[in-house]
Design a protein around this ligand. Sequence first.
Ligand code: ADP
Ligand code: ZN
Length: 828
Amino acid sequence: MKGEEQDLFIEVALNLPLTKNFHYRIPEHLKSSVEVGKRVLVPLGKRKATGYVVRVTQKPEVSEVKDIVDVLDDQPLFTAQHLSFYQWISDYYFFPLGGVIKTALPGNLNMESKQVISLTDEGKRYLTLRDNSPAMTLLEKLSSKRKITVRTLLRSFKGEGFYAMLNRLERMDLIRRDFKQAQTLGEVKKEKWIKMKEEGYLFIQSCDRWISLKRRAPKQTALLGFLGEKGRVPLQVLKKEFGDCDGVLRRLEEKRLIALEFEEIYRDPLRGEEITSERIPQLNSEQKEIMKQIMEGIKSGRYSPFLLCGVTGSGKTEIYLKSIEEVLKQGKEALVLVPEISLTPQLVNRFRARFGDNIVLLHSRLSPGERYDGWRRIQKGMVKIAIGARSAVFAPFSHLGIIIVDEEHDTSYKQEEKLRYHARDLALVRAKIEGTVAILGSATPSLESYYNSKIGKLTLLQLTERVEGKPLPKIEIVDMREESSGIKSRSKELSNRLKEALLERLNHHQQSLLFLNRRGFAPFVVCWECGYVFGCPNCSISLIHHQRGRNLMCHYCGYTLSTPNNCPQCGGIRIQLLGWGTERLEEDVKALFPKAHVERMDRDTTRGKGGHKKVLKRFIASDGGILIGTQMIAKGHDIPRVTLVGVVSADLSLNFPDFRSSERTFQLLTQVAGRAGRGDIPGEVIIQTFNPHHYSIRASQRQAFSQFYEEEIKFRRELNYPPFGRLINFKMEGNSKSKTSAFAEQVGRLANSLCDKTSKYRRDIEILGPSASPWEKIKGKYRYQMLIKGSPLTALRSFASHLLHQIPIALRGGGVKFYVDVDPVSLL
Ligand code: ADP
Ligand code: ZN
């Protein structure tokens, strides 16, 4: 007799605010289905929780272990390499591993209560067999109803291994799993395919049998002949070709010459979109030199990180395309991150023109079903390229060869809720773990990345000229301090110089862009009598007047009220609208140039699917014309005939209370300027500012990144800001101001005493705050923060982790939410 089978234990990551994993034993009947990467249902106190298997061992790690209840998945959801990536993220961002995994996987995986099960046609046929197995009981239960939720089924099947059974029945195509929700969620759609079997091919080759069948049943041979050529076709196609052929198919199936299969249909947002073809350019010598270096990385199979710098139009995208081509040749996969994919249809088009349907898109505007399908197509190796916004960094490829981060400096790569990760940083981490090439591309790299290229962490690749020698636009700065005196009341926001330039373009039937990074009509509404400023009751921010609805709106929480005629403070009636948003600018420009075609592109005019496209299309089709817009117009769009770009105010971003405000300003100005002169006529850019001597404005005038870098890096070094000192922000939020500030003060006391006690910390760590955040109240929540600055990184991290352990659980809660933001991007 064999001895008792060895016990198996697993380590499970749960999405709980604790860093440690849990341990369980696997009961005998689930041993064969448990694997790293699957979800399991485990007992947790009195309830059950879903967790992820991260390790399987033969020794229990803790003395008392409970049995798991069930295994939820048929196939692992992640690989060992993915797990190392998740683990790194969990450690670095002080976030529970289970929470990281949950973020990485598509959202609708974990919604059992929303899943409904129904019988398939196969299932109905199977029912006629009748036996006494639990599976049969389940099928019978299903036959009495159209659909039953998994949760309801689970209630009547307390038995063990319920999910394993569901998975098996689903694999056999007897049942179907859908997701019920307002918009249909991750419903798995299936399509019938007919496949030629080996026997079918043999049959065709044997002359005698073929001829005899052809005489008796010509339709059968016709169909076989067709299938023989194609191998496999969807039933729908056969029906189009042969009309109703169910009978014929059944007979061929009985003869075992063909087989019927089901295939999942993947919802694809790209399906049906036309691809515009594009000529593939010969690389110029600079590009060739760069490709040589990237090729070495691709061939080495080792982590090879690059920073690719080049102004817009210098041929970076061409480098991406070529590199991906090479990676595909090696049988590997490519991941491309872009800031906001819905704003870059042209980029997506170029990828499709080059790689056809081998691409999946991942971004937040997809329906949950589309996103789920995209994820599965990647996981199954059906597509080799994914293009997506920040969360695409988790795309479940298992043979990655390259990760590209376009516009690597863009702030949208930072997630600002729950797991506060930076996708650009994670792209590098993932590339390192999986041994791939990484390319960070930008015309205006982040200070951090450029610094990393100087100290050898990234290999710098530079494209110094625009492709085919198109000249950079001429940039002119208008000092608004001189302009503001002596102009009449209307359109004070536009200098004479800019007005002249606009008029000149209109006279020559050329197009102009006007950039103003603030939507709405007027950003400040003030009582002329008492000085009262209309502010949001939920946020410490002023309300913005929108002319269209004649209302005041908060751009943070959406609070709206119709613009009053009287001041709530003094009852006065002289309510003034101060400042300019795009809506007001549009009104002024239309008044100035009544005959011009004026379009506006901001969040208010581009609601709904394809909103941007519509505005752009009208503008491009116009003869001449002026496009007014927020930073939406700065990104991605190639508008060929624009010859003038006006920046209405360069000061908006410069005056932000944030140490990165100069960097943002430089980036934004350079990007907007890049919109001018992409066609044959050289472009002109006019920047209006009250700070004409500021280095970020000066440097952007010369499109000189290195000049800007040299100035900015001095300031960062002096104040020990990134990339020198690193930051971790401890944040507190609550409904009660006093409770939140009291909490913040306690955290501050703990931090200071920890710092005082340890000489290493005293030397390496600086504590800023705790204090109210610059925007003290947002969406009704009071916000406090304590910023920890430190170098080296190890000291900062050890201090933070020390502190986190000291903040007792009891201190948490009490209506105050507490979280950590590592490498914060926004300090507001
Ligand atoms: P970026 O990504 O830096 O803005 P692109 O790769 O989009 O630059 O190149 C700008 C334009 O020039 C595109 O239309 C592209 O097809 C074209 N282009 C790129 N490289 C070359 C080349 N070597 N020869 C001719 N045209 C090129
Ligand atoms: Zn608000």
